[in-house]
Write a protein that binds this ligand. Structure first.
Ligand code: PGA
Length: 242
């Protein structure tokens, strides 16, 4: 495991963008899994700038989003589909060769999960998975207690995860209860993993994930077993991992 500590959010974001560029945008035809959330917003802004300057190019890259809420209209601004449009795809041209994200209103949820797994398999699997970490240790929407052997599945969101989104949804009662998420098995099959964490609120869970026991109570702890893990943290988030 490589740990890179950056002094602030700006340098974290710049470094994240450069690593994504180096690991998935230089080789034509690569496959990358990308996260949503607050942490990667700066990375996307940086990637958009690099693309606008002609320094990087997504046009041969296949992109998979890690997860999507269920029970929201697909064009709802709070979906991860819209998030990716706002933060990346609307800002770059040409776009990626392909971008796969589960529907937030699939006709058949199980079929949607299976179709997503099939697309991952057909792509040859991810060269790089970029992840955030939830305050409860979740990666994508693999909440505490999720078995390691899951591929794409429907997740019941943990109360803590829903509370964290309450403001964005105008009250916790409006936060979706379920999401479609790639599983830990899918993530662990990525040839390389980049885990991002920023802010003091992540310091304790990051310590538990990287230095504590490997347990489904802290889903991110499974990453200790990944052979090519890079952890990129802002100093405040890395306070306990030394
Ligand atoms: P955040 O979310 O980047 O908004 O903190 C991370 C996550 O829940 O995976």
């Amino acid at each position: 495991m490589d740990v890179i500590v950056k002094p602030d959010y700006r340098t974290l974001s710049e470094t994240a963008a450069r690593l994504v560029a180096r690991w998935s945008l230089v080789e034509p035809g690569s496959v990358v899994m990308l996260p949503t959330g607050n942490t990667p917003k700066g990375m996307y802004a940086e990637l958009a700038q690099l693309a606008a300057a002609g320094l990087i190019d997504f046009s041969s890259v296949t992109v998979f989003s890690l997860d999507e809420y269920l029970d929201l209209p697909e064009d709802d601004e709070r979906t991860f589909r819209r998030y990716m449009m706002r933060h990346l795809w609307n800002k770059i041209s040409p776009g990626p060769a392909a971008w796969h994200i589960p529907s937030s209103r699939p006709a058949d949820v199980q079929a949607e999960c299976q179709a997503f797994d099939r697309k991952v398999a057909e792509s040859g699997g991810a060269d790089l998975a970029v992840l955030g970490i939830g305050e409860n240790g979740h990666i994508a929407f693999n909440e505490p207690g999720t078995p390691w052997d899951r591929t794409t599945h429907v997740a019941e969101l943990a109360p803590q995860s829903r509370r964290g989104e309450a403001e964005r949804f105008g009250g916790v009662e409006h936060v979706p209860k379920q999401a479609i998420t790639v599983g830990v098995k899918t993530i662990m099959r990525a040839r390389r993993v980049l885990l991002l964490a920023s802010g003091e609120a992540k310091a304790e869970v990051l310590y538990r994930a990287l230095k504590g026991p490997i347990t489904t109570d802290v889903p991110a702890s499974v990453l200790q077993l990944h052979p090519q893990l890079t952890v990129l943290v802002e100093r405040a988030a890395g306070a306990h991992i030394g």
